[in-house]
Design a protein around this ligand. Structure first.
Ligand SMILES: [Zn+2]
Length: 407
């Protein structure tokens, strides 16, 4: 097989294109494959596929995958066609995507590397700049989004996350069944989430069974209005309630710790923060002994801790009625502690009990949302501060969108 036949096969060059010549340059360590188009006065519009007359030709150059130590390029004179409907446009040769200076093979490889390595590592490895990789990522995400079909979404998870400057937020909606991020919206307002509901088809909206979220009023309002019977789908997740209770227990511990120190100059509560906050079952034998020592002297911390532990048992109900009864008993016990931090949480729980009961009865787990959260943290640390919301959005969809980004 001669070199040009090999190039034709390797690059998948087909009629009306053919290999003209191949030049090897040992000083720049590059191989340039010159591709020619059979002479014709007609070309194809890249928009509509219509046969059109050729307007002029432009010399173009694409970078392909490296072959051993040689950097590979394709050069061709590409016709611009004049389409009656779309105007003058570049014809797209089969080895590239429109508006790219890279071959499909190169972009495919860059995408597969970006999925497993940091942008700076890929940039070094391929010797391309950040902007180029960003454009490749953008095209990959666009391809994936174009292929996405409207499918039913019985479980949705809504969350917010900040980027770069602490007070800039995006709203992330993911499919609780597959874990795919479906949408990334600006900010964390009612409108941020409303735009997602509005973009769903009526069938998709009707397919929503539960929407898992924290107790963020704008999301509650958007869901109530954006979905028919939205209130019945809203589930306040367990993690959020647990977080509030942990903070309350710690606040009680801190207050009691300060009081002990004031009174006795020492305290059994010193350095016991983790023992108080961890799951009892996760504690080592010595941590369990620590906890018992704490409880012997710190009555308030013991009470708060017991309320926090009791709340964990309230998520196991399947009947709405029994769940409601159990939560009400718990609320009463929480109020009886007369501990301000605990009473504050109880008040919040009381006001949102409807959505907590939805979550209990649906048996919703936030494991999926948690795993998406941790992947997004990884994206942030890999990219070291996104300068724009648009870039952040693109990266989330690229890594967490479960998109088909193939060519
Ligand atoms: Zn056209």
């Amino acid at each position: 097989m001669d070199l040009s036949t090999f190039c034709r096969k390797a690059l998948g060059i087909e009629s009306p294109w053919r290999i003209g010549s191949v030049t090897v340059d040992d000083t720049t360590m590059s191989v340039t494959v010159h591709v020619e188009r059979t002479k014709s006065s007609k070309g194809t519009c890249p928009e509509c596929g219509a046969t059109c007359s050729i307007h002029d030709r432009r010399d173009r150059r694409w970078r392909d995958l490296q072959w051993s130590k040689y950097r590979m390029f394709i050069e061709a004179s590409v016709p611009r066609v004049r389409c009656p409907e779309h105007g003058v446009l570049n014809e797209t040769p089969p080895w590239c995507v429109p508006n790219s200076r890279f071959t499909i093979g190169f972009e495919e490889y860059a995408v597969s590397l970006m999925l497993v390595a940091s942008i700076s590592a890929v940039s070094k490895l391929l010797d391309v700049d950040w902007k180029t990789l960003d454009a490749i990522m953008q095209r990959a995400v666009d391809r994936g989004l174009d292929r996405r079909r409207a499918h039913p979404v019985p479980v949705l998870c809504v969350d917010e996350t900040s980027f770069q400057k602490r007070h800039e937020y995006v709203t992330i909606v993911s499919d609780g069944t597959t874990g795919a991020v479906l949408y990334v919206g600006d900010d964390r307002t009612e409108a941020s989430l409303m735009a997602f509901y509005e973009a769903l088809t009526p069938e998709q909206r009707a397919s929503v069974g539960s929407v898992n979220m924290d107790m963020w009023v704008p999301y509650i309002e958007a869901t109530s209005m954006g979905l028919e019977e939205g209130d019945r789908t809203i589930c306040f997740d367990r993690f959020h309630v647990a977080q509030m209770l942990n903070k309350a227990v710690n606040d009680v511990r801190k207050q009691e710790h300060r009081a002990e120190l004031r009174e006795h100059g020492e305290s059994a509560l010193t350095g016991k923060r983790m023992s108080v906050l961890r799951n009892y079952a996760d504690l080592t034998k010595s941590q369990q002994r620590d906890l018992q020592e704490v409880f012997a002297v710190a009555e308030n911390t013991a009470m708060a801790w017991s309320i926090k532990e009791q709340a964990k048992l309230l998520w196991k109900y399947v009947s709405f009625h029994w769940a409601e009864r159990a939560w009400n008993v718990w609320l009463e016990a929480a109020e009886q502690t007369a501990l301000t931090p605990i009473i504050k949480v109880a008040q919040t729980v009381k006001n949102h009990l409807w959505g907590i009961l939805n979550a209990v009865v649906f048996g919703v787990s936030n494991a999926m949302a948690e795993s998406i959260n941790s992947r997004i943290k990884m994206i942030k640390s890999r990219a070291r501060g996104f300068r724009s919301r648009e870039r952040f959005r693109r990266a989330i969809l690229f890594y967490c969108g479960n998109l088909d980004m193939s060519f």
